[in-house]
Design a protein around this ligand. Structure first.
Ligand SMILES: Nc1nc2c(ncn2[C@@H]2O[C@H](COP(=O)(O)OP(=O)(O)OP(=O)(O)O)[C@@H](O)[C@H]2O)c(=O)[nH]1
Ligand SMILES: [Mg+2]
Length: 361
């Protein structure tokens, strides 16, 4: 799972990237033209607790890759230029975090000359819609030509889908506002359409703007519809300081600044929700581990996340939910006695927090 951090120049992308990934980029690295990648452990208190119970040799958290997407340039007219290079680096991401600037800082002026989050969001939307329109129009032309030669069933199914997308984009709406079937998504995936990517809008505020945070979030939310967009706010500068502290100092710091949850935790949680992800666990003396899967996956598909061989060799899954396991003192025997230990088949839909052991041939 890869999440791209995008936003106008000087909006705080690299600040957020360093906060999330707890990496430090020196000025030379920041000035580089390639995007920065880092893999982040997904914090999960449940896994920490399981690990305390089993004392395994290894504890493995789920992970997400974040990318600080660079490449937006200032054009000759002074406005930001969305180069093909930049758009190409956005494409491989599964979801986007768009950093939008609300903080003021005279040392780094906003590239458009003023703070206006709705305008900045609209700028991105327009550019991404234009890029998707080009991809879709080219594809529609090609399909129409091919259909004059052959009556390919697959192409016949694809055409109305692309026409539906074209219609939406022509009305200046992003594709993430549409609902697609699983099959549609499979077809669209190959085109890596920018406006189809789930998006988390992250408003970057100054510590002194605390009182306007909620209004700012609500104002952006009012312009966004659909389940594939979420909006949060964060305090870029102090969050970066927070991420550099050890756990004890961080707790004190959060108390002092009245921060309920770190940006890292908020953004990972929201990204999980946006991407329809959830975790299940495997436990034992060797390893306690959290695995990331899509919501709605069956036990057989989930087993495939552990090992691709498990899909064909799957027999049954032993399942106890984390909550039941903890309620029964972290004992499988007690959970079983209370009727919370189940043997499930291939079609069982896995729940967030299930502890699973796969029986396979
Ligand atoms: N006052 C204030 N300054 C911030 C905040 N977030 C970032 N900055 C400053 O703004 C400048 C740009 O931040 P970056 O994180 O490098 O922004 P960026 O979006 O990666 O910028 P480019 O990669 O150049 O497009 C830096 O000098 C930061 O210290 C914030 O929340 N408050
Ligand atoms: Mg940067």
């Amino acid at each position: 799972m890869q999440i791209g951090i995008v936003g106008l120049p000087f909006s705080g992308k690299s600040t957020l990237f360093q906060t999330l990934t707890k990496t430090h980029l020196d000025p030379a690295a920041l000035a580089k033209i390639e995007s920065h990648h880092a893999i982040v452990k997904v914090p999960d208190e449940r896994l920490d607790r399981l690990s305390a119970i089993f004392s395994p040799k290894r504890t493995v958290h789920a992970s997400i890759e974040f990318v600080d997407v660079v490449g937006l340039k200032k054009g000759e007219t002074g406005s930001t230029q969305f180069t093909n290079n930049f758009l190409a680096s956005v494409k491989p991401n599964d979801a986007l975090v768009q950093v939008v600037r609300l903080f003021t800082n005279d040392a780094v002026p906003h590239p458009e000359g003023s703070i206006d989050p709705l305008r900045d969001l609209a700028t991105f939307e327009t550019e991404f819609i234009l890029s998707d329109l080009t991809v879709i129009e080219t594809r529609i032309d090609r399909i129409k030509k091919q259909l004059m030669k052959t009556q390919d069933e697959h192409l016949k199914r694809e055409l109305p889908l692309l026409e539906k997308c074209h219609h939406t984009l022509s009305a200046e709406k992003p594709l993430r506002e549409l609902t697609f079937t699983k099959e549609d998504l499979q077809i669209l995936k190959t085109y890596q359409l920018l406006t189809a990517k789930p998006m988390l809008v992250a408003l970057n505020l100054d510590e002194s703007q605390r009182s306007i945070a909620k209004t700012a979030v609500d104002r952006v939310k009012a312009t966004k519809s659909g389940q594939n967009t979420r909006v949060v706010s964060f305090f870029g500068k102090i969050e970066l300081e927070l991420s550099e502290l050890n756990d004890d100092d961080a707790a004190l710091f959060m108390q002092e600044y009245d921060i309920a949850e770190s940006a890292l935790a908020t953004i990972i949680r929201e990204s999980y929700a946006l991407l329809g992800l959830q975790s299940f666990f495997t436990v034992g003396e060797d390893e306690c581990r959290a695995w990331t899967i899509k919501k709605g996956m069956t036990a057989q598909e989930a087993a495939g996340a552990i090992h691709s061989d498990f899909v064909s060799k799957f027999i049954r899954a032993e399942v106890v939910h984390y909550d039941h396991f903890i309620q029964h003192d972290g004992s499988f025997a007690k959970a079983k006695e209370a009727g919370h230990w189940r043997l499930e088949g291939k079609e069982y839909i896995v729940n967030d927090g299930d502890i699973i052991s796969v029986r396979h041939s």
